[in-house]
Design a protein around this ligand. Structure first.
Ligand code: ZN
Length: 502
């Protein structure tokens, strides 16, 4: 099976072939640490964490770099407003970001370089661009001259005139040569704090935003590396400028594959930004707030349920739908535990390792299906990291195991070869889920939430099922109706009975 990835640079799905066989370097544009991260900021890291897991599974040695922008206009203003120093606020928010990512299962980032700690690399990068005639100094500022980069605009397939039409006024004000020229270095302003001013050959100042990424990506991953990621909104001008800086400096291709993730859509459409309600909604979308009220796995699951290039609709309804889906997987795991006598979180055997003695046709059927679904899962991931498709396969898998349990009645009637086959299928199922970073830890109980309720409801569902099997339909209906009176709704579906709170 071969991996294909959609490359923004070519606009096509391409065969994935790393620059150095066996190794993959990934750079993802990280946070500007000036305000708390919201759910939209988690999308890239969650997706690239799944991508790293998958590439590692395929045998690659992956290095993943996510930068921290800690020298920047908005950060300087935010620190001033908060009465804190820039480094103080930046470290505080960086720490919060790392904790949120860790909660979401994003623990595989190898290097998180800070812009403020790479000023020497940034200055050297700018000096080389000046030496090549691609950058010029105006009163302590340094600009990149886009007219000196022949293929400027190749990522977004537009020419610079188109991109900067109507910005002539800015040109005059900033004394730039071309409207599209952008700052590599910004001269210090009198009202800015000293901690964001650095010495340079052009006087005191600080780097522009774009230059930190090409400088740090090349430092940690080499002049040419494999995958550069970021949100769709960063394609222009940020990524276009990164390419211009790096490729003009080295005369080599910068990143081989450019992967852009979709942005998050919130249901704030009817609220104007000036409405106080807007601020309240945005605050509820902050990761620290979301993680206080929702399980991190649910948020991760919701993100991975969309293909990474699609927009993600984030709403209470979407969360509720994801929760129902994820809960059905937890219920399956509990069913498996009862039927197989083994804890699914501890199972280490895979379907392909189970020997079938041929005594039960259901064994061959279950193992064969597990292996077939594994192939389908891997095909989905090989198709441009289609996590949505891969999750779809997990649910097909779950449906199959539920039907197997219905047919064999293994929960009440333990038969050894069937139990072993179930363990093998479970091992494969868990292995695949974990490639997405799901089902790694048991669901956390939150404030007396559904942990105990789940166990009791499983018991009611089981008893009701036994009543129906014994044709005691009246009893089964009483169980359902009395639970409904208590606010627990049972829903019978093809995969068995589910419950939800009314
Ligand atoms: Zn960047």
């Amino acid at each position: 099976m071969t991996l294909r990835v959609y490359n923004t640079l070519s606009g096509e799905k391409e065969l994935f072939e790393p620059v150095i066989p066996g190794k993959v370097g990934i750079y993802l544009c990280g946070p500007t640490v000036y305000k708390p991260a919201h759910i939209g900021h988690a999308v890239g890291p969650v997706i690239f964490d799944a991508i790293k897991r998958y590439l590692t599974y395929k045998g690659y040695q992956v290095t993943w770099v996510v930068n921290v922008t800690d020298v920047e206009d908005k950060l300087i203003a935010a620190a001033r407003d908060a009465g804190k120093s820039v480094p103080e606020l930046a470290r505080e928010l960086e720490q919060q970001y790392v904790e949120c990512m860790s909660a979401l299962g994003v623990r595989s980032i190898d290097i998180m370089p800070r812009a403020s700690e790479h000023i020497a690399e940034i200055i050297a990068h700018i000096e080389r661009l000046i030496a090549r005639g691609a950058a010029y100094v105006v009163a302590g500022d340094v600009y990149f001259d886009v007219s000196r980069d022949e293929d400027y605009g190749k990522l977004t397939h537009r020419n610079p005139e188109e991109q900067f039409a109507g910005t002539r006024e800015g040109l005059v004000q900033a004394a730039k040569r071309n409207p599209g020229d952008f700052a590599l270095w910004k001269a210090a302003k009198p009202d800015e704090p000293a901690e964001v001013q650095y010495d340079s050959p052009w006087g005191r100042g600080r780097p522009g935003w774009h230059i930190e990424c090409s400088a740090m990506a090349m430092k940690y991953l080499g002049q040419t590396f494999d995958i550069h990621g970021g949100g769709m909104d960063l394609k222009f001008p940020h990524h276009e400028n990164e390419i211009a800086q790096a490729e003009t400096d080295t005369c080599k291709p910068f990143a081989k594959y450019w992967l852009h993730n979709g942005l998050t859509r919130f249901n704030t459409k009817k609220i104007s930004k000036s409405d106080p309600e807007f601020e309240k909604v945005m605050q509820s979308l902050q990761l620290t707030n979301l993680l206080a009220t929702h399980s991190p796995e649910l948020l991760r699951f919701l993100i991975l349920q969309s293909h990474y290039r699609s927009p993600i609709d984030f709403s209470d309804q979407a969360l509720a739908a994801s929760k129902t889906a994820l809960d059905s997987l937890y219920r399956l795991l509990e069913r498996i535990q009862r039927a197989s006598g083994a804890d699914p979180y501890e199972v280490s055997i895979l379907a392909e390792q189970v020997k079938d003695d041929g005594t039960h046709p259901a064994v061959a059927e279950l193992l064969g299906t597990a292996i077939r679904l594994q192939v389908r899962f891997l095909e989905a991931m090989d198709d441009d990291f289609n996590t949505a498709g891969a999750i779809g396969v997990l649910f097909d898998f779950a449906g199959h195991v539920n039907r197997f349990l219905d047919a064999t009645r293994l929960e009440t009637n333990a038969v050894e070869p069937l139990r072993t086959a179930l363990q093998g299928a479970t091992g494969t199922f868990m292995m695949l889920a974990r490639l997405l970073g799901l089902l790694i830890e048991r669901p956390q109980k939150r404030g007396g939430d559904d942990g105990d309720a789940q166990k009791l409801m499983d018991l009611f569902i089981e008893v009701r099922k036994m009543a129906r099997e014994a044709k005691q339909f009246q009893l089964a209906d009483v169980i359902r109706d009395r639970l409904a009176e208590l606010g627990f709704v049972l829903e019978d579906g093809q995969d068995g009975t589910r419950w939800r709170r009314a």
